[in-house]
Design a protein around this ligand. Sequence first.
Ligand code: PEP
Length: 247
Amino acid sequence: MRKKIIAGNWKMNMTPSEAKALAELLIPLVKGTKNEVVFCVPAIDVTTVVKAVKGTKIQVGGENIYFEDKGAYTGETSADMLLDAGAKYVILGHSERREYFKETDEDINKKVLKALEKGLTPILCCGESLTQREQGITIDWIRMQIKIALQGVTAEQAQKMVIAYEPIWAIGTGKTASTEQAEEVCRAIRVLIRELYGQKTANAIRIQYGGSVNAKNAAELFSQPDIDGGLVGGASLKADFGAVATA
Ligand code: PEP
């Protein structure tokens, strides 16, 4: 039985002092949930949020890493830096990074390999644009993104990973995929994982839906057989996250 995982993606929001206040607001609201809860926060906030959640079951994640260990990569954050600050997860391949920072599937593959090598759990994002959905190539696109991102990843490593299906047209738009649309793609991802790694890995890997998840739609989305929780943007920055994380 897979444990559901609900991760907040704070994006480029919250100064360290605001992050502390938000963590303190959310901690009592997610207490008692059976789900695993993760706050994925800006790198500058990781230490503060790790300190704030100490003594709870909440985990902390970053929102990106670079694929090199260290060196002359001004402005980047390494896997070791996040780990040493207390993070356990890292979001990789978010559509905003693909779009604004021109991350390629090959870059994301290198980041996934680096995170796994170091012991950070990747939350690997994939998702189609509205045009791709209208062209009928959603599943082909997602399969390609995941196949490239997982090059060189072993079955044992894949079992620990999280994949977030996030249709780009649903992110931050208030337009959620229907439960059927979300389940269809999450199921297709599990089928792909079975093809690549076998049934054991397909049963173990957790697949989230992300895209305008809120307190009203979370329970129905997360009740689907292949949806093991959500990656949550806007609603993770307010008290609504309590209801989402406990759905
Ligand atoms: C996200 O950015 O990962 C996301 C799902 O955002 P939102 O919930 O705001 O659509």
